[in-house]
Ligand binder design. Structure first.
Ligand SMILES: [Zn+2]
Length: 449
């Protein structure tokens, strides 16, 4: 044991000798006296830990002359005590805290004691001496305070100033009120399952950092298509998702489909028929007579502003379709395009989901099940997250990154999130990660906390 300690100390001394040459601030005076008597002893070192501060108290048997200086990369604090020795270096092993990784000692100029604090981050050190009082003798107090301007908190401040907003997803439950939509063989109304799925999707979205869901309708009521679009604009939606359930005379028809708007026409005959069917609602219940004088002008303006968002809609649609394919069957393997009125929200990318065929009794049962509705909601969220982790609008939490981190061999998500003081879930969301498996060489976005 003694031999080990001696080895340990001699290693330290040689390490510290090298370290001395790097000392940038020459606070130390080289006036080392040659006389070896009248040494001050450090009898003990006590530690007290606060969230942002570590305090070390050196119990001494006399007043000491000392100096402090910091070294960076890695962060260290060096405490030099003139003509001092440490009675038991074993106490050093107990000294660690949130700021303090470890503590080492060495002897300088044969008489002086050098204590090196290995720190976890950049700190502001300070020290003072205390005279004997009560049961306490001479003491040297060294405080190590975390610097508030660490890279993560600096970014936090920046983020606060810029107030990064959430991506807003408008969730449109199809049909409602006196428009029940399609009805299944078991008597399930489309308007009810769409609202249930919409609510579950909102819950999933709201519990995801950087996103917020807004329901276009939150109860069983009729809404005209143009009012749905208006509502999406009112909530400043970045995306509108319209939720429906398909129906077809042949009960065998099955699977989910994803639609995006087309300006030039439907991609398939079935897409055209469906658009007609879903649009018909306004003909039945709403006043679709557009103001005829400027109808053409408005149409041209609308189409111009739409072309940009159609591409985004197809992109989001792809991601959502991929995810829906993981939890169930898909009807068509590609995002379909058709002239759905509800998708005509200028400047807002929009997709319409036919979640399954309500006309297929097997799928109707699934649509009614809470478990399946949750699965759908989670799949939709994943697709949406995949898209926005790549292409979120500027100024949103999902579009920003305080820095990039290239994954090294042996890295874990927990360690990386710890390094940046972020919840693991934030790293997952910002990078749209399915699980905690990391690919070496891949770059991670480090989000604002
Ligand atoms: Zn519908």
């Amino acid at each position: 044991m003694k031999k080990q300690r001696r080895q340990f100390l001699s290693q330290l001394t040689s390490r510290i000798a090298g370290l001395g040459a790097m000392a940038a601030a020459p606070v130390l005076t080289q006036a080392a006296s040659q006389s070896s008597n009248s040494h001050i002893s450090v009898k003990n070192i006590r530690i007290s830990r606060e969230p942002n501060k570590t305090r070390l108290v050196f119990d001494l048997d006399g007043p000491v002359e000392h100096s402090l200086f910091s070294l960076h990369k890695p962060e260290r604090l060096v405490v030099d005590l003139k003509k001092t020795r440490l009675m038991d270096s074993g106490v050093l092993q107990e000294l660690h805290s949130r700021q303090l990784k470890s503590i080492r000692m060495g002897v300088r100029n044969t008489h002086d004691l050098r204590i090196v604090l290995d720190l976890k981050s950049r700190t502001t050190p300070s020290s003072f001496l205390l005279e004997p009082k009560g049961n306490n003798g001479h003491r040297l107090v060294v405080d190590v305070k975390e610097q508030s301007a660490s890279s993560s908190s600096k970014y936090k401040e920046m983020a606060k100033k810029k107030s990064l907003r959430d991506v807003v997803v408008a969730i449109d439950a199809g049909h409602g009120g006196n428009d029940p939509g399609a009805t299944g063989r078991l008597g399930t109304h489309e308007k009810n399952v769409t609202l249930q799925i919409a609510r579950r999707l909102k819950k999933e979205i709201d519990s995801t950092k950087g996103m917020r869901g807004e329901l276009i309708r939150s109860k069983d009521r009729f809404m005209r298509l143009r009012d749905r679009i208006k509502k999406a604009h009112e909530v400043d939606a970045d995306l509108m998702i319209s939720i429906h359930a398909d129906s077809f005379p042949d009960v065998r028809a099955r699977g989910a489909s994803v639609y995006a708007l087309s300006v030039s026409g439907a991609t398939s005959e079935s897409a055209r028929l469906l658009a007609e069917k879903e649009n018909k609602v306004d003909l039945l219940f709403g006043d679709v007579d557009l103001n005829h004088q400027d109808k053409m002008v408005r149409q041209v303006l609308l189409d111009l502003s739409l072309t940009g968002t159609i591409e985004s809609s197809l992109d989001i649609g792809d991601e959502v379709l991929k995810e829906l394919g993981r939890v169930g069957r898909v009807h068509k393997k590609k995002v379909q395009q058709a002239g759905f009125a509800v998708l005509k929200a200028p400047n807002i990318p929009a997709i319409l989901l036919e979640t399954a065929f309500i006309s297929n009794p097997k799928e109707e049962r699934k649509l009614r099940s809470r478990a399946h509705q949750n699965k759908l909601a989670k799949a939709i969220l994943r697709g949406v997250n995949d898209y926005f982790s790549r292409k979120a609008p500027p100024g949103t939490w999902l579009s920003e990154a305080q820095e990039h981190y290239v994954i090294k061999k042996g890295d874990t998500l927990a360690e990386i999130s710890d390094k940046y003081s972020l919840p693991v879930s934030h790293l997952r969301t910002r990078n749209s990660l399915r699980n905690d498996q990391l690919r070496v060489g891949k770059t991670l976005y480090i989000p604002a906390s």
